[in-house]
Design a protein around this ligand. Structure first.
Ligand SMILES: CC(C)(COP(=O)(O)OP(=O)(O)OC[C@H]1O[C@@H](n2cnc3c(N)ncnc32)[C@H](O)[C@@H]1OP(=O)(O)O)[C@@H](O)C(=O)NCCC(=O)NCCS
Length: 379
C-alpha cells in the first residue's frame, strides 16, 4: 500500500481549498461577516425582503421599484405545482423523511416541465425563478399531507413569506410572523461554497439540466452535518428537557466525545453573523408565545457548549427554537432551509454554466502498487 505523505495528502473535506471564483457572496470566517453581492447581511436582514434579496442574488444588483414589482409578480405566477406532483407526495410511504419527499418532488417537477432540457442562461434563469417559487409550495404541501390535510393553493395577494406560511397553516400570518419568516428566508439564502451548493455546481458543470442540480443539492442539504443540524438541535433540546438538565447533559456529551449540533462551522472561527438575528427573534417569540423554556434552554446550552468546545453556535442553533415558536414541526426545519437556499443554489448554477468547465478533481492514489490477477480457484 502507498501511504499519503504530509506533502501529498488530500486536504480532508477540501477544507480551505479554493474551488471556484464567485461573485455571489463573501463569507469571512475570521471576522465573522457575510455579504450577498457586496451587501452586508446585517443591512439586508434589517431592511430587505425575501423577494428583493432573491433578485439581488440572481441579478447582482438591488432592483428598482419597477424591477422588484415585476420580479415579485413573476414569482407569484410560478407558485403552483402540477397535480401529479401532489399525488406523488400523497403516495409517499409512511415514515418517509420530508427532505426525501422534497428531493423526489423537485426531480419530478423536471419531468413535468416541457422545457427542462433547454440549456441556456435564459432557460436556466427562468427555471431558477420557477424553482424558487415552487419549492415553498412543495414544502407547504409536504407539511399538510403529513398532517393529514389537503394542500392549500397559493394566494397571489400575499408576499412570498406570508403565502408560504398561509399554505402551511391555512391562516394568513400576522405581520410579525410574516417578518420572522421573511428574515429566516433572507438569512439562509446563500452561503458560498457550502456542501449543497458545491454539489449543485458539480452536477451543473456536466451540462445536465437544472432540476438534476437542485435535486442533488436537496439530498446534500438533508445531512445532519449540513442542513439537517437544525432538526437535530430541537431533538436535543426536547431530549434534555429542562434548563436544569443542560449543564449535566453537556458534560456527559463532552465526556463521550459526542457532537453538539448547531455549534462549530467549517468557515467561521468566530460567531456566525446570522445567529444573532435568529437568537433575538427566538427571544421575542419566546415571550410572545409564553413558552420561554426552549429559548432559555438554548441560552444555557450555548453558554456550556461554547465553554466546553471553544466553538460558537452556527445558523442552525437558534433557528431550531425560533422555527419551533413559529409553529413549524422540527422534521420540517431543513425543508424551510431548502426553500430559502434554492436561491443560492440556482445563482451558483447560473454562475457555473456561464463559462463552464467540468469539475473533475483528481484523487491522490494510496492503494496497492500493481498486483498479479489470481484466478478464483486459486484464492
Ligand atoms: C460544522 C462542522 C461539520 C465543521 O466541521 P469542521 O470543518 O471539521 O470544523 P473544525 O475544524 O472546527 O472541527 C474539528 C474538530 O472540532 C471538534 N468539533 C467541531 N465542532 C464540534 C461540535 N459541534 N461538537 C463537538 N465537537 C466539535 C471535533 O473534534 C472536530 O473534529 P471531527 O469533525 O473529526 O469530530 C462541525 O463543527 C460540526 O459537526 N458541527 C455540528 C453540526 C452542525 O451544526 N452543522 C451545521 C453547520 S452550519
Amino acid at each position: 500500500m502507498n501511504s499519503p505523505t504530509t506533502e501529498n495528502a488530500a486536504p480532508k473535506g477540501l477544507k480551505n481549498v479554493v474551488a471556484a471564483d464567485s461573485s455571489i457572496s463573501h463569507v469571512d470566517g475570521i471576522v465573522g461577516s457575510l455579504m450577498y453581492r457586496g451587501y452586508h447581511i446585517d443591512e439586508l436582514a434589517e431592511n430587505s425582503t425575501f423577494e428583493e434579496t432573491a433578485y439581488l442574488l440572481f441579478q447582482g444588483e438591488l432592483p428598482s421599484k419597477t424591477q422588484l414589482e415585476e420580479f415579485s409578480a413573476d414569482l407569484k405566477k410560478e407558485r403552483s405545482i402540477p397535480d401529479e406532483v401532489i399525488a406523488q407526495l400523497k403516495s409517499s410511504p409512511a415514515g418517509t423523511h420530508p427532505m426525501a419527499q422534497l428531493r423526489t418532488a423537485v426531480s419530478l417537477l423536471g419531468e413535468y416541465d416541457p422545457g427542462a432540457e433547454e440549456h441556456s442562461i435564459e432557460a436556466f434563469s427562468k427555471r431558477s425563478l420557477m424553482l424558487t417559487a415552487k419549492i415553498s409550495t412543495l414544502v407547504a404541501a409536504i407539511k399538510r399531507i403529513r398532517d393529514g390535510q389537503e394542500p392549500i393553493a397559493p394566494d397571489e395577494s400575499l408576499s412570498h413569506a406570508a403565502n408560504f406560511m398561509y399554505m402551511m397553516n391555512g391562516e394568513k400570518p400576522s405581520a410579525d410572523a410574516e417578518k420572522a419568516m421573511d428574515l429566516v428566508l433572507i438569512l439562509h439564502a446563500e452561503h458560498g461554497l457550502n456542501a449543497s451548493t458545491f454539489a449543485a455546481r458539480v452536477i451543473a458543470a456536466t451540462l445536465t439540466d437544472i432540476y438534476s442540480a437542485i435535486t442533488g443539492a436537496v439530498g446534500s442539504l438533508k445531512g445532519p452535518l449540513h442542513g439537517g443540524a437544525n432538526t437535530a438541535v430541537l431533538n436535543t433540546l426536547q431530549e434534555v428537557g429542562s434548563v436544569e438538565n443542560v449543564a449535566d447533559w453537556v458534560a456527559k456529551t463532552r465526556a463521550s466525545k459526542g457532537k453538539f449540533m448547531g455549534f462549530g462551522h467549517a468557515v467561521y472561527q468566530t460567531q456566525d453573523p446570522r445567529a444573532k438575528f435568529l437568537k433575538e427573534l427566538s427571544r421575542r417569540l419566546s415571550i410572545e408565545t409564553g413558552e420561554p423554556k426552549w429559548y432559555d434552554m438554548s441560552i444555557e446550552m450555548e453558554k456550556h457548549v461554547v465553554a466546553a468546545i471553544k466553538r460558537e453556535c452556527n445558523v442552525d442553533f437558534y433557528s431550531a427554537s425560533l422555527q419551533h415558536y413559529m409553529g413549524i414541526p422540527s422534521e420540517l426545519f431543513t425543508c424551510i432551509f431548502a426553500a430559502s437556499r434554492v436561491i443560492g443554489w440556482c445563482a451558483h448554477v447560473l454562475e457555473q454554466i456561464d463559462g463552464n468547465k467540468i469539475i473533475r478533481p483528481k484523487a491522490n492514489y494510496i492503494g496497492y502498487d500493481q498486483r498479479c490477477y489470481v484466478p478464483v480457484s486459486k484464492r
